[in-house]
Design a protein around this ligand. Sequence first.
Ligand SMILES: Nc1nc2c(ncn2[C@@H]2O[C@H](COP(=O)(O)OP(=O)(O)OP(=O)(O)O)[C@@H](O)[C@H]2O)c(=O)[nH]1
Ligand SMILES: [Mg+2]
Ligand SMILES: [Zn+2]
Length: 355
Amino acid sequence: MDKLATIGFNDWFRPHLDNEKAAIHDLARVVTVHKDSYTVTKGDGEVFAELAGNLFYTASSPLDLPTTGDWVYAAFYDDDSHAIIHGLVPRKTLLKRKTAGKTVDFQLIAANIDVAFIVQGVDDNLNLRRLERYLVMVNESDITPVIILSKCDLVTAEEIAEIKINISIIAQQIDVLAISNISGDNIDTIKNSLIAGQTYCLLGSSGVGKTTLLNSIIGEEQFNTQAVREKDSKGRHTTTSRELIRLENGALLIDTPGMRELGSMAGDSGLDETFSEISALAQQCKFADCTHKSEKGCAILAAIGAGKLEVQRYDNYIKMKKESDFNQMSYVEKRKKDKDFSKMVKSVMKSKKRF
Ligand SMILES: Nc1nc2c(ncn2[C@@H]2O[C@H](COP(=O)(O)OP(=O)(O)OP(=O)(O)O)[C@@H](O)[C@H]2O)c(=O)[nH]1
Ligand SMILES: [Mg+2]
Ligand SMILES: [Zn+2]
């Protein structure tokens, strides 16, 4: 098991192993996902891998397929020059996002992450509503979020202090670290916080400096970065794949491509944690099934009225709650909703024809 520990294997996984599979296959970790293949590692080099046919054909959703950071059972061939993946080890954590569109499919971002660095630029990029979305995604799974304010060389110390105060209102218990890849501010703080065997990931919009930060941590320009567009300071989606990297001190890190839009994730747990003050208020609403929209005795609306809760934060909460409720409906419920809708459309069309 020693070599596996160097790529993040730990006691959490042991009781989750399938003994039969573990007896006939090797354990390996997914380094990166290609279109129809994978790169995996057992701790000594990278190996080209493909899915076993039955794993592919029995997968009923993207959740059943390996993603970067996953532990898999694999058979290795020809001096470990290629491998076939036969199964997934249960995930300790999973970062996923809802894919665009109404159907509820997920795109997996990375598995078995311990700490997520949510990177936001202090220039044009800073957006508290977006930060909330990232926090919900991370809090959904048992991942520790750390907020990284990047490009601090572009603003004054006073501005950073103000940004930190604004963030502390929406994210009380979360570490916030202001860094600059140019002046080197706090790069060592991040480096020193990285623990061998733990898996980290970099999240955030395109152009905020995730890959530059990775290069700063490594101490050389190993990975490609690209200047943001002058016009609107938007990134150019320079990083296009997720790759597990082992750092010098033994920590593991996954850089991710900036996400264009961040759909809301799955359940309520991430929402409750991210909007904890709103969840606490909801407990005090007069009606247990309060929708917090118009009811008398709604503690949330009362807090807004008293100036204790920001309207924008409330709006974002309601919006994400709606998405979350939809995501939590079962497949059958969703189908029914779709059917009801198409029935409705048909009957409307029919009634139109009559006139
Ligand atoms: N002023 C300033 N610019 C930075 C800093 N860090 C990164 N940049 C610049 O920001 C631009 C984008 O950096 P990247 O590291 O490619 O951004 P990214 O987040 O990896 O973007 P994607 O890969 O597209 O998701 C580059 O031109 C960097 O030089 C910083 O601390 N200060
Ligand atoms: Mg990048
Ligand atoms: Zn209420």
